[in-house]
Design a protein around this ligand. Structure first.
Ligand SMILES: Nc1nc2c(ncn2[C@@H]2O[C@H](COP(=O)(O)OP(=O)(O)OP(=O)(O)O)[C@@H](O)[C@H]2O)c(=O)[nH]1
Length: 570
């Protein structure tokens, strides 16, 4: 009878011959240690006499800042020999875990661990609490006491050692893939930043590095690799500072990408202040050794992070910024995934399992990739803008002809070739007559229309190979390769007539436009009695200008060539 009573409240033992691996969550019964610390003996009594709560999912998730928990489950080794199994609690932040194995009423072993215990003293040098034991034939009761300041999420796993090792390998691959993508993206963006010096690439790189460090830290991996011997005190502080690196870099990346300062100055200033004051508050916490205070601030920043991201996206959408929608999509996805993981860890609404625990990482990876796609598109837009800017640097926006810079650039190679071959070049300079009065009488836009029409007339009159440009306000120039001054005169006269014939009306009346034209050029490869040289081009333009001046002074609407000019020494 007594034996029967003692098993009433303890769940059926798990048969090891049928279990090579799995979660113990649904086999566990537990109670909370509400009235001060109790001994193992007292706990054993409670397990036998009190009503216990049964686990319902893979993890016993009870929330943040809760009383210590006593848990128990039993396993039954029905084989003929002891079996080596690994017992683990797969949350790395649990402060203290004590496990007792009880066989035939005797305590076989007591294993202490948790991140409150120095890494070197933990039962396995591992990122979370785990130990291996050869379970003897028959029933062994496992009793655990867990105490932690952080979230009480207790996914208890019981695996044969082979299975435990293969789970380790699988999780190594998963983390490797995740961090591999993140680190590759981070390096790529940091390299881009080093070469093209755009802040958003650098900040995005830092954001990704921060994310990886944060993940390494809260999954306990950092402390098994880099900071194993630094002690739990150091680890706690490192954890909370690493937690905020990605949010700080991420927020500044968002500001820089969306240029929030231009259309949401208050939000922008709030973000700047948040990313200064919260880390500052944490530093003060460090100086006064107030871990809980600093921890609360880091949680606050990380919770605000996603909300501020969404707020930036919404503001950008209202301001009709490109990429705003995809920015919102990425941050909302991340927010949902972070919420899922947080609720699962806190034991509220969402069941705890491998997927819900890792949702935060999947969400962040998804967000990182979407943000990378924004940067890639932005890169493309910047390239297009550069091409357009380059075009405008050489083109007059009103007439679409070359400007001065475009003119020199596009004539250069032809000039060099002609000079080498001893052939002819000519220059025609055109200045509209009394153009000021067109603006004054009919307005500036009519003046613009005239300039466009003249540009068209020039393009239509030019032969293939001629290069025209807007030289100044109402002045145009044409470079005529393989053309002697004599031939240039004929072409200039044709152009003068074409300009005069432009069919324009203003205020219901015909508007006649005329131009004065100066021409200068070489004959038989000679210019000013010397073979053409590259220098003679400037001299030729000046000579055409003088001829133009002459045309203006002697009645306008005419073409004059440089022979009328006697002084070439410009
Ligand atoms: N609409 C318009 N006007 C321009 C532009 N660039 C320069 N102008 C005008 O062109 C006029 C040039 O005037 P002036 O240099 O006195 O020349 P003009 O009236 O043609 O006189 P002459 O050359 O002596 O026949 C000025 O009124 C400028 O404002 C432009 O892009 N669009």
């Amino acid at each position: 009878m007594l034996i029967q009573v003692s098993f009433v409240s303890v769940a059926e033992p798990v048969d090891l011959s049928r279990l090579s691996h799995g979660s113990m969550g649904k086999h566990i019964e537990y109670f909370r240690e509400r009235d001060g610390k109790i001994s193992l003996q007292q706990a054993r009594q409670k397990f036998q006499t009190e009503e216990l709560t049964k686990g319902t999912s893979h993890s016993i998730s009870l929330g943040i800042g809760v009383d210590p928990v006593w848990m128990t489950f039993s396993i039954n080794n029905t084989t003929a020999e002891a079996l080596l199994y690994r017992l683990s609690v797969e949350t790395p932040w649990i402060d203290y875990i004590d496990t007792w194995l009880i066989h035939n009423g005797e305590v076989l072993t007591h294993v202490k661990g948790g991140d409150g215990v120095a890494f070197a003293k933990r039962p396995m040098q591992y990122r979370y609490y785990a130990f291996e034991h050869a379970y003897p034939v028959g029933v062994t009761q496992v009793i655990m006491r867990v105490e932690t300041k952080g979230p009480m999420a207790l996914p208890v796993q019981f695996n044969s050692v082979e299975k435990a090792i293969s789970r380790d390998i699988a999780s190594g691959y998963q983390f490797g893939a995740l961090y591999g993508i993140m680190v590759a993206l981070a390096l790529y963006n940091l390299v881009l930043f080093a070469f093209i010096r755009r802040r958003e690439y650098g900040l995005y790189g830092l954001y990704l590095v921060g994310f990886v460090l944060n993940s390494l830290s809260y999954t306990g991996q950092l402390h098994t690799i880099f900071t194993a011997d630094f002690g739990p005190y150091f680890q706690d502080w490192v954890d909370i500072f690493l937690m905020i690196t990605y949010s700080v870099a991420g927020l500044h990346f968002g500001r820089s990408l969306l240029q929030t300062i231009d259309y949401a100055p208050k939000l922008d200033a709030f973000i700047v202040r948040t990313t200064i004051y919260i880390p500052l508050g944490m530093l003060i916490g460090l100086v006064f050794n107030q871990l809980l205070f600093a921890m609360a601030l880091s949680f606050l920043l990380n919770s605000c992070f996603v909300l501020l991201f969404i707020a930036m996206g919404v503001k950008a959408l209202y301001a009709k910024k490109p990429f705003a929608m995809i920015f919102i999509l990425s941050s909302v996805t991340a927010a949902i995934c972070i919420t899922v993981s947080t609720l699962a860890v806190a034991g509220i609404l969402v069941p705890y399992n491998d997927y819900t625990f890792k949702a935060i990482e999947v969400g962040m990876a998804f967000e990182a990739i979407l943000l990378a796609s924004i940067l890639a598109r932005q890169f493309r837009v910047a390239q297009l803008e550069k091409v357009v800017a380059e075009k405008f640097a050489h083109t007059d926006p009103l007439t679409q002809l070359n400007n001065r810079r475009g003119f020199y650039g596009s004539t250069k190679s032809t000039r060099q070739q002609i000079v080498r071959n001893g052939r002819d070049i000519s220059v025609v300079l055109i200045d509209l007559d009394a153009f000021k009065s067109v603006n004054d009488i009919y307005g500036h836009s009519k003046g613009d229309e005239v300039l466009e029409s003249v540009a068209q007339a020039i393009v239509q009159t030019c032969r293939k190979g001629d290069i025209s440009a807007r030289w100044g306000g109402e002045e145009f120039i044409i470079f005529l390769p393989e053309t002697s001054q004599k031939s240039a005169m004929i072409q200039a006269e044709r152009l003068r007539a074409a300009i005069e014939a432009i069919d324009l009306t203003a205020q219901g009346e015909a508007l006649t436009v005329t131009a004065s034209i100066g021409v200068a050029g070489s004959t038989d490869g000679q210019y000013c009695n010397e073979p053409l040289s590259l220098n003679s081009f400037e001299t030729m333009i000046n000579a055409a200008d003088k001829a133009l001046y002459e045309a203006k002074n002697s009645g306008k609407n005419q073409v004059i060539e440089q022979t009328a000019i006697t002084d070439f020494s410009i």
